[in-house]
Design a protein around this ligand. Structure first.
Ligand SMILES: Cc1cc2nc3c(=O)[nH]c(=O)nc-3n(C[C@H](O)[C@H](O)[C@H](O)COP(=O)(O)O)c2cc1C
Length: 337
């Protein structure tokens, strides 16, 4: 599939934008393990307008990142146009607009999925941004507001008509938040609409290579986007690609291999955070997800979540590698929640 002139190959695997997750250190590992396309965390148009330091850091693109989008969100069309221009200066490969975030603090203020309540404004915003920047512009959204209001087939056409170059669809409504199951059949209907020419990327609940294949086959989408399934398992991209190429499943990694990757993420984080403590805090949500299915792991988990110094964390990780030297992590019972 292509976004503008950017050729992403056949059925590219996207790392989903995730606030407080898809920062530099995590993107680094996902790229290493085969993510084809990445995105920054979403960035608020208002924060861009205020030139906040944290926002500039979020928009920093590294060489290893490419191809990558900067994702922006907001409710005011002029502010979003301005934000898109500033984001363009940071030189991503394209700009993605968030029309899907369901959180009250975002959607409740008319940003993200909140715009699904005002489709004329949503479409106008997309069109104005397309006109204002030279980079390709894409959008990410949900099926609609709730089960009584799912305009996605029509909305996809309208976004295409104003120049959006690719559309990612998370197969849930705003009201569902993360409950229920993603509806890949409806994503498939958008793709099957003969009026649609731009690529459609499917998103929602990809937690294994088999699911990736089943959803891709069912919907016929041009690309797959993986979010929660990559947290604690950045090699899911490699696993999926291997399964697509060979029909075989790779075995999960041994614990010491996982430990090496955790250390690598930690080092990346430290190299970019103003102080190591910030990197350790950043790693906490990941620690909990990196070691599934290990017997008697609870004590180590608590230690990892309580450690505040780098030396402590490294010592705990080394102890984990020794204790589980010949054990593989186990994804059999993982849940995306
Ligand atoms: C912690 C977290 C943060 C998220 N932040 C964003 C975001 O910044 N922008 C966005 O478009 N979606 C965001 N999402 C939604 C994901 O991109 C994705 O659409 C959703 O998780 C469904 O995909 P999955 O089932 O593969 O996780 C976030 C999801 C999670 C779990």
């Amino acid at each position: 599939m292509k976004i503008g002139n950017l050729d992403l190959g056949h059925l590219p695997l996207f790392l989903a934008p995730m606030e407080d997750v898809t920062y530099k250190s995590f993107r680094y590992l996902c790229k290493k393990f085969g993510a084809d396309v990445m995105s920054t965390e979403f960035v608020s148009a208002d924060a861009i307008g205020k030139e906040m330091e944290a926002t500039k850091r979020k928009m920093t693109i590294f060489d290893f990142d490419r191809p990558i989008a900067i994702q922006i969100y907001g409710s005011n069309i002029e502010a979003m146009v301005w934000a898109a221009k500033v984001a363009q200066e940071a030189n991503p490969n394209y700009i993605d607009i968030n029309f899907g975030c369901p959180m009250k603090k975002i959607a409740g203020k008319g940003c993200g999925a909140g715009l699904l309540k005002d489709l004329p404004k949503l479409v106008k915003m997309a069109g104005e941004i397309v006109k204002a920047v030279d980079l390709p512009v894409t959008a990410k959204t949900r099926l609609g507001w709730d089960f009584t209001d799912m305009p996605i087939i029509d909305l996809a056409e309208r976004l295409q008509d104003v120049g959006i170059q690719s559309l990612t669809i998370h197969g849930r409504t705003r009201s569902q938040l993360f409950t229920g199951e993603a509806d890949w059949a409806l994503i498939g209907k958008v793709k099957a609409n003969t009026r649609m020419k731009i690529p459609i990327v499917g998103n929602g609940d990809i937690s294994s290579p088999e699911k990736a294949k089943a959803f891709a086959d069912q919907s016929g989408v041009d690309g797959l986007m993986i979010g929660r399934g990559a947290i604690g398992r950045p090699w899911i991209f490699r696993d999926i690609r291997h399964y697509f190429n060979t029909g075989e499943l790779l075995l999960p990694p041994f614990v010491p291999e996982v430990v090496e990757s955790v250390k690598e993420q930690l080092i990346q984080s430290i190299s970019w955070k103003p102080e190591p403590r910030g990197a350790i805090l950043e790693m906490r949500r990941h620690f909990a997800r990196y070691f599934p299915g290990l017997e008697d792991f609870r004590e180590y988990r608590i230690q990892l979540l309580q450690a505040t110094e780098l030396e402590q964390v490294l010592a705990i990780l080394d102890a984990i590698a020794v204790t589980y030297a010949s054990v593989r992590v186990d994804y059999t019972n993982i849940s995306l929640k």
